[in-house]
Design a protein around this ligand. Structure first.
Ligand code: UT7
Length: 330
């Protein structure tokens, strides 16, 4: 069935907290070295939210920029989707907080797809706009991983950072010649335990025992996650291109989830994409979960790297397990 309308990104924004935490700072906190972190992950530094800041604060700043960039007012929004695994609280949603503080009058909900959050939310908004249900949807990826990291665990604390990105997804004329062409979503809940925050929900409600065991912290079996990340991101790119009726040679930019430079290099190599077609900022921000892909897209566009008419593939992988990809003609 062909869509009634086309859906495209009409505005982008990003917000990175001012505080920079370098690998050298981490050397003073845990048994690690700048050399280990750089060679194993590609990360040099990451941003950390200020005391008292919360995910909605980061998301709100990115959202304001995206609206301005789209030339829209909060009143134009008909829906707000916030992808996050580090919400302000279990409920109300971080999306409702952003809706209220923007002064928008529309529906709002959070989506938990971990690092795949932005491509997942983009796919949902693409569907809603193409079906004719909404004209303008604000999609935010906002994370404050620093609140859920065990700062004594060197295996995880060196990897993550805080930040937010936002996109306005709008209805476009069918013959506009650009927009989101296709999306693909995947999951495998059988592998939930290799990447999770086990405590704080109904499975392990907060108690002295869960606190003692550190169940409220992010847990990861890094080497396992690494292998699945490479395989699923490669597969997701193939599948989304098949759905878009395009080939790898048509891709101008791969904008992947920024987890580890070795993962990105391995995915690019398997896809036979040259490094200059892969946008990288993991060195500056580390892994910002659902904020990663949208911040990377925002940077690539604002730096003028992405040109009108080019084909962009967003791809991500994360806890759930989840994976997702979108093809956009810019
Ligand atoms: O967003 C999606 C979620 N996350 C990811 O995609 C992350 C996927 N995984 C990874 O990026 C990598 O697996 C890591 C960066 C987490 C780890 O790299 P690795 O090459 O898989 O290392 P490893 O876990 O096999 O550990 C190698 C060694 C171990 O020491 P031994 O047992 O060989 O003596 C670790 O204890 O490195 C040690 N190690 C560290 N050493 C210094 C682990 N973390 C550190 C550290 N500093 N920060």
């Amino acid at each position: 069935m062909s869509a009634l309308y086309q859906a495209g990104i009409t505005g982008l924004g990003a917000y990175l907290p001012a505080k920079v935490l370098t690998n050298f700072d981490l050397e003073k906190m845990v048994d690690t070295t700048d050399d280990w972190i750089r060679t194993r992950t590609g990360i040099r530094e990451r941003r950390i939210a200020a005391k008292g800041q919360k995910s909605s604060d980061l998301g709100l700043e990115a959202a304001k920029q995206a609206l301005q960039n789209a030339g829209l007012k909060p009143a134009d929004l008909e829906l707000i989707i916030v992808a996050t695994i580090t919400p302000d609280m279990l409920f109300p949603s971080t999306a409702c907080s952003i809706q209220a503080r923007l002064g928008a009058a529309c529906g709002a909900f959070d989506m938990a797809a971990a690092c795949s959050g932005f491509p997942y939310a983009l796919a949902v908004s693409e569907g809603l706009v193409k079906a004719g249900l909404y004209k303008h949807i604000l999609v935010v990826g906002a994370e404050m991983l620093s609140s859920f990291i065990d700062w004594k665990d060197r295996a995880t604390c060196v990897l993550f950072g805080d930040g937010a990105g936002a996109a306005v997804v709008s209805r476009l004329d069918h013959d506009s010649g650009h927009g989101v062409i296709a999306s693909y979503l995947g999951s495998d809940g059988n592998q939930a335990d290799i990447l999770q925050i086990p405590g704080g929900g109904s499975a392990h409600p907060p108690s002295e025992e869960t606190l003692k065991q550190g169940l409220h912290f992010l847990k990861m079996q890094g080497a396992e996650v690494f292998k699945v990340a490479v395989r699923t991101m490669e597969d997701a790119v193939h599948e989304v291109l098949r759905r878009a009726d395009l080939e790898l040679k048509d891709v101008d930019w791969l904008i992947p989830h920024q987890a580890n430079i070795r993962i990105l290099n391995a995915v690019a190599e398997r896809l036979e994409l040259p490094p200059e077609k892969v946008y990288i900022n993991v060195d500056r921000y580390g892994n910002m979960s659902s904020a990663s892909t949208v911040v990377a897209l925002c940077e690539a566009v604002s730096q003028g790297l992405v040109k009108k008419g080019q084909i962009i593939v967003l791809v991500a992988f994360g806890g759930g397990l989840t994976w997702a990809a979108n093809v956009i003609k810019w």
